[in-house]
Write a protein that binds this ligand. Structure first.
Ligand code: DX5
Ligand code: ZN
Length: 217
């Protein structure tokens, strides 16, 4: 099992993204989480392809794109040469999840699928779970940083960890939304191996960012 922390730059100083990312440059097992929102799948709007392209040229840290967009194939096509560590799209946005995964498998190190808090886990077929590298369990409704962790997510993480075992699959379980030092332990114990945290890390002075990362490992 991995022990990855993925700071979400959704809560960073957008006018200084390069500097904000640079604080993590030497940290191992750390991905930079990039929340792409289109104002349709979620009400909010963030950044997209040109910004991610520029970020990919400025850092050696693994980049993790979380696509909260209605048409993820467009982004996956446009970003396929960026060298991303992982790209995650939402199960709720696609009709044929498996063919999207197989189409883009050659271009990405990892491909993930995300599910919103109210989407039944039963919508993730065994075939999907066998073909992905990561499942992103949303522990808040996607769209905004700074929301409270939905407690029901713990049982969903446990169910997925159980499923991973029974299928002998090796997808990472990433959890995103409301993560802090008050819940990271229970989330990891439930089976998560990759925690996204936005406001918990970035609401502090940059000199404390790494300390905050360590506190949720
Ligand atoms: C929400 C995003 C999250 C967000 C998490 O839709 O997917 O990545 O940045 O923010 P916090 O950690 O503040 O809940
Ligand atoms: Zn996210």
């Amino acid at each position: 099992m991995s022990n990855i922390v993925s700071p979400s730059i959704l809560s960073c100083d957008f006018l200084n993204i390069e500097k904000e990312i640079s604080w993590f440059e030497k940290e191992k097992d750390l991905w930079i989480h990039l929340d792409v929102m289109d104002g349709h799948f979620v009400p909010n709007l963030t950044f997209g392809i040109p910004i991610i392209k520029q970020i990919s040229k400025k850092t050696t840290l693994p980049l993790d794109a979380h696509l909260m967009v209605n048409n993820p194939e467009f982004h996956m096509e446009e970003m396929k040469e960026f060298g991303l560590e992982n790209v995650t799209f939402h199960l709720e946005t696609v009709n044929d999840c498996l063919s999207l995964i197989s189409k883009y498998k050659p271009f990405y190190k990892k491909i993930g699928v995300s599910i919103k808090p109210k989407t039944p886990l039963s919508q993730l077929s065994d075939e999907i779970l066998r073909s992905i590298d990561l499942i992103l369990v949303m522990s808040v409704e996607p769209g905004f940083g700074g929301q409270s962790f939905i407690e029901d997510s713990i049982s969903r993480i446990k169910d997925l960890a159980q499923k991973r075992k029974s299928l002998d699959a090796n997808f990472q379980i990433q959890v995103d939304g409301g993560i802090s030092d008050s819940n990271s332990k229970i989330v990891r114990e439930a089976g998560a191996d990759n925690l996204v945290a936005g406001s918990y890390i970035f609401k502090n002075h940059p000199s404390q960012y790494l300390e905050k990362v360590k506190s949720i490992r």
